[in-house]
Design a protein around this ligand. Structure first.
Ligand code: AKG
Ligand code: FE2
Length: 276
């Protein structure tokens, strides 16, 4: 078994245009494999607008030096080449989320009747980022299913540091308990074109790989969890103002950063029950 051998992502891929007709089938594959790639889910101009926005917010947040805007990620303190930037609901981000949810609604609802937003951020790496250790974002044993949607804001070939994922590892108790090693020959490298996305069960083992290119690598991501009361001090990568809004139960969306936009944008309310 080679340490660099990877399976093909093609077997885990579907075109966005095919999603609407086959949500249950795609949800079934996602449940089994813990990942699914959706090609061409965002028009390139929408992805590029978010990318520009991330560049701008990252520059100003780094200049401010306020850690509130950054999530904790492996390697963040060590190298300064990796930034987990919490995003505002800017018009660019709202447009992207609306289009994503319109496509993903059927798949998400086939998994569960309702979901709430728990992360909204961009995972940014720069040249010479060494990549991450293999990890799961949530516990197979203790946590409920969380679905993370990683969107490529530009093309991400192998050398630009795509995420590596280990299909079906999300339900493997022995792996999660450290009783056996991951099988590298089963890993898939999530290379993408601008506007593609990968849905990942957050219990799946995965890691960001090294950025060997001379370009940045930006992934826009949102995570969705079953509606529940939220615990304070959560480490989710979500700006405190949205966290508080979800926490308080006052989800009328009338505040300055209200979430009513989801309804105005006609995103099906069942996806955002907790915000009603
Ligand atoms: O950078 C990536 O591709 C993945 C990031 C990640 O998995 C994490 O920070 O938890
Ligand atoms: Fe992760």
């Amino acid at each position: 078994m080679s340490a660099v051998a990877t399976s093909s992502l093609d077997g885990f891929s579907v075109d966005a245009a095919a999603l609407v007709d086959n949500p249950r089938q795609v949800a079934g594959a996602f449940r089994r494999d813990g990942l699914v790639k959706v090609k061409r889910i965002l028009p390139a101009d929408v992805a590029e607008a978010v990318c520009k926005r991330v560049h701008e917010e990252l520059a100003s947040r780094r200049a401010e030096g306020d850690s509130t805007y950054f999530g904790d990620v492996y390697g963040y303190e060590d190298t300064g080449q990796r930034w987990d930037l919490k995003l505002r609901l800017s018009s660019e981000v709202k447009d992207a989320l609306r289009i994503l949810l319109e496509s993903l609604q059927g798949v998400l609802e086939s998994l569960r009747p309702s979901w709430q937003l728990t992360e909204l951020a961009a995972m940014c790496t720069f040249p010479a980022d060494p990549g991450q250790p293999v990890h799961a974002d949530t516990s197979h044993v203790y946590d409920q299913q969380v679905v993370t949607v990683f969107v490529a804001l530009h093309d991400i070939p192998a050398e630009r540091g795509p995420t590596k994922m280990y299909p079906r590892s999300h339900l493997d108790g022995e792996l999660h308990l450290g009783l056996k090693e991951v099988d590298e020959s089963c890993a898939v490298l999530c290379t993408m074109e601008c506007g593609d996305c990968v849905l990942m069960d957050s219990r799946l083992l995965h890691c960001g790989t090294a950025n060997k290119s001379d370009l940045h690598r930006f992934l826009f991501y949102s995570s969705w969890m079953p509606p529940a009361r939220r615990s304070r001090g959560s480490t989710n990568t979500l700006l405190p103002e949205y966290e508080e809004e979800l926490q308080s139960g006052s989800h009328s969306g009338n505040g300055p950063h209200g979430l009513r936009w989801m309804f105005e944008a006609k995103v099906p309310p069942r996806l955002v029950t907790v915000m009603t």
